[in-house]
Write a protein that binds this ligand. Structure first.
Ligand code: 3H9
Length: 714
């Protein structure tokens, strides 16, 4: 007979035939987190069950069907004010999990949904782990992404379970793995379908109570033993990992280095010393500015997930069928991503069948890639491929709740497509234009029902780039905005809603950054210096590489739109046109500012200087190069915020981080402007303007902030 459920609000349990079945369910919260209060409940629960003679083993579950435990409560640790306080929090977490690990009766965890950070550290302290292969199950230690390290014993227990190499791979990248991979890596002991998770976990607890001990092979075979199992091999592993980190982080992110140290220290000096070091390092990291910024990004991204994009918007229409007009690189990228992420039926149209076939093939490549990476099963792959279809007419489009056009970037062509679409479909369906420059209101001028026309600006390549700008035109209906936002999110994108103005947000603030290249080259700076300084600042690639990636023809087109709209302030880099004229379009044509072969960037193509008529002979000091690149961008971002191009500084920062990799540890251009201070920015810009011309004149928004000693963020 089960005993009645008892216990405090989040943790409840009942005892069935000697097995305590414990369930964690943080009521009124979307996910389970380990807060101080929950920790107290854990302690009390484990203490009670340790003393309960009727209990022989424990089986632990989450009460939330799609979430196991999302980790320590992030809200709690952002309130920490000193390293010592943060260290205590970590030590306290370790202590609680020590109680779990030393629990006199075996504990089996049944994992379904996100099992992350402190949640996985709890699971690691259990004696046995069963995971369900539910699509929402993901297991890992993402702390690095928040600028901290796994501080509840994860840096000690994971390497002992899966070996140093696999553990470092996971911890240093802040990765979470799907259940199947977690099982292959040895992070969990058993992988089961959801319906039998409970019974299998309870059975494992019962077997362990009967004296059975799970056997684990050291993962990685002989090589694994050679590298993980002895001090010399481990030294090599750590040395290689450190080198890789130096290359990857540019020294901007202290957390991965600290995590590496915590793991290494623990393996060298034993678990107990490892715990101590881990807690010390956690304490130091938790109060760094980098961690604060990364946590702000986490919360900003979460808040955006709930934002419908316009105040008081009606609920979005649930898109089940998507129409795509244009089967080129963008159209096929949108199609493949929509099928892979949102599982919608996609109907693609182009003028000729042969083009449609090419587009469908490219869309399918995205699905093939997911299969190859084992993100989907063969069965899922076959099911998703079957969702892709196409033709040379609008047949089938009348059933699509949303159609996205991705045809040539020319207003007449886009308007023509819009007219054809309206003739072929009912009035209720949404028409979205994937334009990077053309105002939506101008496109919608050709519409019979402009209320249903909207912009959805995807970035290239669609499958990889995380940002989507949604642009309502003057007459776009609020329900159309919420539908586009919701669908973009289903496609896995971070969505910001931006004002219908030239360049929208991302291309607008990139314009002065990209244009400055031409001025710097003309003054004798080298391409390596320009890109190198931007990378040192924390951008993933420099502006010259960025232009090559985007395509110089595309960049040239955008630049002209910006010039026409904003005048001399955004005068484009003359050199780009010269390169385009010579057929050098960047990566896609194998040559741009750099050379490319075999899909790799090979170094600066020095003939680019000749085509531009410039000579790299030193140029401005590297620090000035960086200042000019960054301040131009910040100035334009501030100006655009003043014009209401983004709805809030939060959206602006998230857009810049996800749109072109503005360094996350700086929190985005507007947070960075706040850190520098408006008064200092204005003074620096004035000095640059005096020397280099009015393009650097500080905008009114910055001047106003400086006068009021105010910031973008309160
Ligand atoms: C850690 O564990 C440190 C330890 O090593 C050591 C300590 C000593 N805390 O994303 P969603 C909220 S650090 C507080 O929309 P989804 C989130 O803000 C932690 N709140 O859902 C949102 O709130 P609201 C390591 C959290 O289904 C709501 O839950 N763990 C936490 O798309 C729904 O979230 C991580 O970094 C948290 N830990 O995705 C995991 N987690 O509704 C962080 C979530 O008020 N979390 N919330 O806006 C995630 O990655 C995703 O939330 C998850 C669910 C995949 C779990």
């Amino acid at each position: 007979m089960p005993s009645p459920s008892r216990g405090a609000p989040a943790l409840t349990w009942e005892v069935q035939d000697g097995i305590a079945i414990v369930v964690l369910d943080c009521k009124d919260q979307p996910v389970n987190t380990i807060s101080r209060a929950v920790k107290d409940e854990f302690r009390a629960c484990f203490e009670t069950l340790a003393n309960d003679a009727s209990v022989q083993a424990m089986a632990f579950f989450s009460g939330k069907p799609e979430n196991f435990i999302a980790g320590a409560d992030i809200e709690e640790f952002v309130k920490l004010t000193s390293a010592a306080e943060a260290e205590r929090l970590s030590a306290d977490g370790q202590d609680m999990l020590d109680q779990v690990a030393r629990f006199p009766k075996p504990v089996a965890a049944g994992i379904q949904g996100a099992c992350l950070g402190g949640g996985f550290e709890f699971a690691l302290a259990c004696r046995y782990r069963v995971a369900s292969d539910h699509p929402k199950t993901q297991i890992g230690l993402p702390e690095i992404q928040l600028g901290i390290l796994p501080g509840a014993g994860g840096c000690q227990r994971l390497p002992r379970l899966v070996g140093a190499r696999a553990a470092l791979d996971m911890i240093l990248a802040g990765k979470a793995e799907r259940a199947e991979k977690a099982f292959r890596l040895g992070m969990v002991d058993e992988l089961v379908p959801p319906p039998i998770l409970r019974s299998i976990t309870i059975a494992a607890a019962r077997r362990m109570a009967g004296g059975w001990r799970p056997k684990r092979r050291r993962p990685g075979g002989f090589i694994g033993w050679l590298l993980d199992g002895n001090p010399l091999g481990r030294m090599l592993v750590f040395r290689a990992a450190r080198k890789q980190l130096e290359d990857k982080t540019g020294g901007h992110y202290p957390a991965p280095f600290a995590a590496l140290e915590a793991v290494e220290y623990g393996l060298r000096h034993g678990m107990l010393e490892g715990f101590k070091r881990e807690a010390q390092l956690f304490g130091q990291l938790a109060v760094t500015d980098v961690s604060r910024k990364l946590v702000q990004i986490f919360f900003a991204t979460n808040a955006l997930k709930k934002d419908r994009g316009v105040d008081g918007a009606p609920a979005p229409v649930a898109v089940q069928r998507l129409g795509i007009v244009g089967s080129g690189f963008m159209g096929s990228g949108i199609a493949g991503t929509a099928v892979a992420q949102a599982t919608v039926d996609v109907r693609m149209k182009d003028s000729e069948l042969v083009r449609v076939a090419g587009g469908l093939r490219a869309a399918r490549d995205i699905l093939d890639d997911r299969l190859k990476r084992r993100r989907i099963t063969k069965y899922e792959h076959a099911r998703l491929v079957a969702l892709l279809s196409g033709g040379a007419s609008y047949a089938g489009f009348w059933r699509a709740e949303l159609t996205i056009e991705a045809v040539f970037e020319e207003i007449a062509v886009k308007q023509q497509v819009l007219r054809e679409f309206e003739a072929a479909t009912p009035d209720g369906a949404v028409f979205a234009s994937n334009t990077s420059t053309i105002p939506i209101t101008s496109i919608a001028a050709a519409a019979r029902v402009p209320e249903r026309v909207i912009g959805m600006h995807f970035f290239s390549p669609v499958a990889k780039m995380p940002l989507l700008e949604v642009i309502p035109g003057e007459r776009t209906a609020p329900g159309v905005v919420s539908t586009a936002v919701a669908f973009g999110r289903r496609m896995g994108k971070t969505v910001i809603v931006v004002k219908d103005s030239p360049g929208f947000w991302v291309n607008r603030i990139l314009a002065p950054y990209a244009n400055e290249i031409g001025h710097l080259l003309a003054e004798g700076a080298s391409i390596e210096t320009i890109d190198g300084m931007a990378v040192r600042f924390g951008f993933p690639v420099g502006p010259v590489t960025l232009l090559d990636e985007v395509g110089l023809d595309v960049a040239e087109k955008v630049a002209h739109v910006m010039l026409a709209a904003y005048g001399d302030r955004l005068q484009p880099t003359a050199g780009v046109a010269a390169l385009v004229k010579a057929g050098r379009l960047g990566r896609k044509s194998g040559r741009g500012f750099y050379q490319y072969s075999g899909g790799k960037k090979r170094g600066v193509d020095s003939s680019a200087y000749e085509l531009l008529g410039v000579h790299p002979n030193g140029g401005p000091r590297p620090a000035e190069v960086l200042q000019r690149l960054v301040l131009g961008l910040l100035n334009e971002a501030a100006r655009a915020v003043g014009e209401g191009v983004v709805r809030s500084p939060r959206d602006g920062d998230i857009g810049a981080i996800f749109g072109f990799g503005f360094p996350p540890f700086r929190g985005g251009p507007l947070r960075h402007a706040d850190d520098l201070g408006a008064a200092r920015l204005v003074a620096d810009l004035e000095r640059l303007a005096e020397r280099l011309g009015p393009r650097f004149a500080p905008c009114e928004v910055l001047q106003d902030l400086a006068r009021r000693n105010a910031k973008f963020y309160p």
